[in-house]
Ligand binder design. Structure first.
Ligand code: SF4
Length: 310
């Protein structure tokens, strides 16, 4: 079956990367809020991957464009500085390990200027790999893994179909850090709806403390048509947080999560307010910024609904 190249969905920090698809869809397609819900996992042929690497190397070396490659390859390659590669798609770490090492080795051989490779990974993908395997990937320049934790609330994790426990999330984080790979995680404000928002925020802060990641990002729940959570909302069984309720929970997380040294941000386009800082040192400044907005309750201080993105 032919491989359909996925659209580019990437972490904000990967904006300078070349996007190399290894898979399509997500292997854990059961998360009730996610656009990948029900997606079919596609695994790209390794020869196809190598062909794209060859074409990219040729283009960066001599500007030659091959006619049979999709336009997007050159659209991305044109402004690329040769330093970072992001492996698509929803969890490219699921790519069979021998083929993954083969792809990374080939990248290194053909494009030695690449300094860091990143990818999304489900907690299950990480737990499936041994620490030695992760170290091998680190040696081959896999420098950062992005994982959606979503919540630290055990019951909510099961209800949304994440398929892991908070303990397993902590275990996955430990493995990534032991392998020397940076760990970047996201949590979703408002995922528990109004009724469970307090517990969701406090348990999420506790989970973040347990993992102590290098980077943590807060996203704000966006209901996506076609997902089970959207259907619950349509049936009035799920009650989303208001923008200010969502910011109150962000404050609770920042106030309660104990980090050693973490770059924390709510810069993602889904958020009503962009905040960034290094925790713990910037905690008081970030809390003050939130307090000012929460006290004013002025909607013009927030990103308008129509500008929020996924
Ligand atoms: S949240 Fe992550 S693991 Fe769940 S379906 Fe979406 S991409 Fe897959």
């Amino acid at each position: 079956m032919s491989f359909t190249r996925p659209n580019i969905i990437r972490p904000p920090s990967e904006w300078k990367s070349y996007f190399l698809p290894l898979t399509g869809g997500c292997s854990n397609n059961t998360c009730a809020f996610c656009g990948y819900y029900g997606s079919r996992l596609q695994v790209r042929d390794i020869d196809d991957v190598k062909q794209e690497i060859d074409a990219l190397a040729l283009f960066t070396r001599s500007g030659v464009r091959l006619p049979d490659l999709p336009r997007v390859v050159y659209a991305v390659a044109q402004g690329w500085d040769g330093k970072r590669v992001f492996l698509q798609d929803g969890d490219a770490l699921v790519y069979p390990f021998p083929k993954l090492t083969e792809a990374l080795q080939y990248l290194d051989e053909k494009l030695p200027s690449v300094e860091r490779i990143g990818t999304y990974a489900t907690p299950q993908d990480i737990l499936r790999r041994s620490t030695d395997e992760l170290k091998e990937l680190r040696r081959l320049k896999l420098g950062i893994l992005y994982t959606g934790l979503e919540t630290g609330d055990d019951e909510l994790l099961q209800e949304i179909g994440k398929g892991v426990t908070p303990g397993e999330l902590v275990e996955a984080g430990k493995k990534v850090k032991e392998a020397g790979i940076s760990f970047s995680v996201t949590v979703i404000l408002g995922l528990g709806g109004v009724e469970r928002s307090e517990r969701h925020a406090l348990e999420t802060a506790r989970l973040l403390t347990g993992i102590d990641p290098n980077y943590a990002g807060a996203l704000t729940l966006t209901l996506i048509p076609g997902t089970p959570l959207y259907e619950q909302w349509e049936r009035d069984e799920f009650h989303p947080l208001s923008p200010f309720q969502s910011l109150e929970k962000l404050k609770l997380i920042i106030d309660n999560a104990g980090f050693t040294d973490c770059f924390f941000s709510s810069m993602h386009a889904s958020n009503y307010l962009s905040l960034r800082g290094r925790l713990p040192q910037d905690r008081q400044r970030m809390l003050r910024e939130l307090e000012v907005v929460l006290a004013a309750r002025d909607p013009s201080l927030l990103r308008p609904e129509f500008l929020r993105g996924l």
